[in-house]
Write a protein that binds this ligand. Structure first.
Ligand code: GTP
Ligand code: SPV
Ligand code: MN
Length: 584
């Protein structure tokens, strides 16, 4: 083995991993085009990638993951802290020694006959003081080419790692894909991640959920910043003024779509700019404003539902330089998915001849991987080292009833309660039952690397530090009528709700004081050019006191499960809302 880094700690770790996993070759990734091309050609040869129609989808490939390996596996994801209480009831926990022993046994000899790739990466703009570094070791070339689009990998990252000396260690092996031998383990106290037995997305691209959320949230608590499951967008009005908004919605609940929104016809001169679609790191600046960077450089987005109408920006950008995972194919070798609106499936996501009796042609959690710069709405401020100042934080969930289209928290502390109360119907982004409401505080249930009670205390601590914090809102695009039809048209029309949010931040819009917070007054949301009845709007903005009493009782019980560590301030906010509801 040749010495390939001047950082002894990195070299020693790579050597020790090689000793354990016994790869045939070791390759340090420099991130170049040539390297990428070589890996793609190799995967075309092994069948890990299939080339898509080069005329209509140039530089696009299909990857089919193992049918048992198509989503995050929360029941196999562990946070391994010395004290179990530090991981909290929101995480599965294992003692670090036991976890290392268990997973190292699975890594033993796991890379025999394979190449071990060493991927130095940077989360965040390479010159950003807020960026953080990591090295992922993997035996999957699919992981390398995905990490190359999703993060900033290679020589520049390695230089910064060598300069700073600190980096998150991520070890990944696809293993034999036996679900019995699959674990995603986090050791926040050691800045270490170990993942085995899955080649899929959030389980294998360790810079994303494992590093940028679970490990980073732990570091952020210690260091006074926040790592959140949030998109970042800029909304520009016809005068050219831009406000930046960060939104936390659970997986497959509309972050990518909102981040790339195209204004409806009726809204000439309005634009949305994308800074990020999944993760935001928030820091308070000298003035007391929260600033956000997107630690990622690409999108790993849900494919089904993407079309010219719902998300034209995404639809256009995934017509080139894209890796598709688990979509179907047309007879012309183009990718196909449910609600694409053009073409027809010939071969399903498992490679079988398409038969409607087998279910959807594309897997409901099929994904595209694409560089952010291909997005027509890409904001170059995504590369600004200090990020952008955030005017509003928006929480949301998928709730067929109860939660109104939009409401605003009274203040920061109430907003923390609103975030802690987020619940949403489960989706295909994680294995398990789909469509059951579960509590998903701040959309971080699967991603917070420490005890939620401590996390809420951390959120509340910001309220004591500044008077210039963003206002906090809650939205719900997914309210349905009795027949199961969405009441709100969603997608581009969501701009109307963003406008109300910005107007509230600018204090140029009144609101109705409902017990749960502030709601739009009649006419508060601009409905020009939209065919929606007054009855529907009333339903969308209704707050049913008895249902909300039951909801807040459930929130109270949930918070109680975190015991003595729950901050008194959060309980006080909860008591205030219950009281207001009882008086309503
Ligand atoms: P992750 O990548 O898993 O974190 O998901 P995400 O939050 O980025 O969700 P995404 O934008 O990919 O949307 C998931 C699904 O919700 C897709 O099928 C979308 O078509 C659908 N969706 C997004 N926005 C809306 C909306 O405003 N209304 C409705 N009805 N559906 C939406
Ligand atoms: C999510 O599930 O929230 C995702 C996809 O964004 S994954 O990268 O698999 O976590
Ligand atoms: Mn996500």
């Amino acid at each position: 083995m040749t010495m390939t880094t001047s950082l002894a700690a990195l070299q020693a770790w790579v050597d020790s991993v090689a000793k354990l996993t016994q790869p045939e070759n070791i390759h340090w990734c420099n991130g170049s085009d040539a390297e990428n091309k070589r890996l793609i050609n190799e995967m075309l040869r092994t069948g890990d990638l299939l080339e898509l129609n080069p005329k209509t989808y140039p530089n696009c490939y299909l990857h089919r993951s193992h049918p048992s390996d198509v989503a995050r596996v929360e029941h196999l994801t562990f946070v391994c802290t010395r004290e179990q209480g530090d991981a909290g009831p929101n995480n599965l926990w294992m003692a670090p020694d036991e976890a290392h022993a268990k997973i190292d046994a699975l890594f033993d000899g796991a890379m025999q006959g394979r190449t071990m790739y060493v991927i130095p990466y940077c989360m965040g703009p390479i010159e950003s003081p807020y960026a953080r570094l990591g090295v992922e070791i993997t035996d999957s070339p699919y992981v390398v080419v995905n990490m190359r689009m999703m993060t900033r990998i290679g020589t520049d990252a390695l230089k910064r790692i060598e300069r700073e000396g600190t980096f998150v260690k991520g070890l990944h092996s696809t293993g034999d894909l036996d679900p019995e031998k699959r674990f995603i383990m986090h050791f926040p106290e050691e800045l270490t991640i170990k993942s085995v037995g899955s080649g899929y997305g959030g389980n294998a691209l360790l810079g994303k959920k494992c590093h940028a959320l679970r490990i980073a949230s732990w570091q952020a608590r210690d260091e006074g910043w926040m790592a959140e499951h949030m998109l970042i967008l800029g909304i520009e009005n016809p005068l050219g003024e831009v406000h930046y908004i960060a939104c936390a919605f659970p997986s497959a609940c509309g972050k990518t779509n909102l981040a790339m929104l195209i204004a409806p016809e009726s809204h000439k001169g309005w634009r949305v700019w994308t800074l990020g679609d999944d993760i935001a790191w928030l820091h308070m600046d000298e003035d007391g404003k929260l600033r956000a960077i997107n630690p990622e450089a690409g999108y790993f987005g849900v494919v089904p539902g993407t079309n010219e109408k719902t998300n034209k920006n995404a639809f256009d950008m995934i017509h080139g330089d894209t890796i598709f995972t688990n979509v179907a194919l047309t007879a012309d070798n183009e990718p196909w998915w449910e609600d694409k609106k053009v073409g027809a499936p010939a071969v399903d996501w498992m490679g079988r001849k398409y038969d409607a009796a087998n279910g959807p042609a594309a897997h409901p959690n099929s994904r595209f991987t694409v560089a952010a710069k291909r997005n027509p709405a890409y904001s170059t401020l995504a590369e600004a080292p200090r990020g952008v100042p955030i005017s509003a934080i928006v929480f949301g969930g998928r709730r067929r009833e109860l939660a109104p289209l939009v409401y605003e928290a009274r203040d920061w502390n109430h907003g923390v309660l609103v975030g802690a109360s987020v619940a949403s119907e489960t989706t295909a982004a994680a294995t398990g039952e789909v469509g059951v409401v579960r509590r998903d505080p701040m959309a971080m249930k699967p991603f917070c690397g420490y005890n939620f009670a401590d996390y809420w205390a951390h959120w509340l601590s910001f309220g004591e530090q500044s008077k210039l914090l963003p206002r906090i809102f809650h939205v719900n695009w997914f309210r349905q009528d009795a027949a199961g039809k969405f009441l709100w048209p969603g997608f581009g029309e969501n701009l109307r709700v963003l406008r109300w949010i910005v107007d509230r931040c600018e204090e140029r819009m009144g609101a109705r004081d409902a017990a749960i917070g502030y709601l739009p007054e009649p006419g508060g949301i601009d409905l020009s050019g939209l065919d929606i009845s007054t009855d529907t709007m009333d339903a969308l903005l209704s707050v049913d006191p008895s249902k909300w009493q039951a909801e807040m009782a459930a929130v109270g019980e949930y918070i109680e499960t975190f015991g003595d560590r729950v901050p008194a301030k959060l309980k006080a906010e909860h008591a205030k809302i219950l009281k207001a509801l009882n008086g309503a």
